[in-house]
Design a protein. Structure first.
Length: 145
């Protein structure tokens, strides 16, 4: 699994594509429920210190799912049915972080003021998919570790 900085060095075009979709801030996070079924949540991940982070309530279903097994898939918002802004999707494992250095690094780059009660996750990446359309033709790219 790669952290964001390692992924961006290995796949700079895909990483750049994600950074363009940051203007929408919210993405969708898919996790696996306790009963094995998928669950989808809107949330706000962010990049800081070369890492992909997200703060969340410790009691939220997404936090509980990630603490249980860590598997995730993340997908950007799509602006319209034509996919005008393109698509960005990554997957891998999320890790609950409790060390103060990681929390300080995340707080320094977070686009909002996180509550002290929020837990912090880092998302490691082992696959990526990007897609944008040119005159209705998809331009899909896949990467897998």
């Amino acid at each position: 699994m790669l952290d964001w900085e390692e992924f961006a060095k290995l796949q700079p075009e895909m990483a750049s594509f994600r950074e363009k979709t940051l203007q929408y801030k919210v993405m969708y996070l898919a996790t696996i429920r306790k009963d094995g079924y998928p669950r989808v949540h809107p949330f706000t991940p962010f990049i800081g210190s070369g890492r992909l982070f997200a703060f969340m309530e410790s009691t939220s279903p997404k936090a509980k799912d990630l603490q249980r097994n860590g598997k995730y898939s993340m997908h950007s918002l799509v602006a319209d049915q034509n996919g005008t802004n393109g698509e960005f999707q990554i997957g891998g494992d999320a890790f609950l972080l409790s060390d103060s250095a990681s929390r300080e690094a995340a707080i320094a780059s977070c686009p909002y003021k996180p509550s002290e009660r929020y837990v912090l996750f880092e998302f490691k990446i082992n696959r990526c998919f990007t897609n944008y359309y040119t005159d209705g033709t998809p331009n899909a790219k896949h990467w897998k570790e």
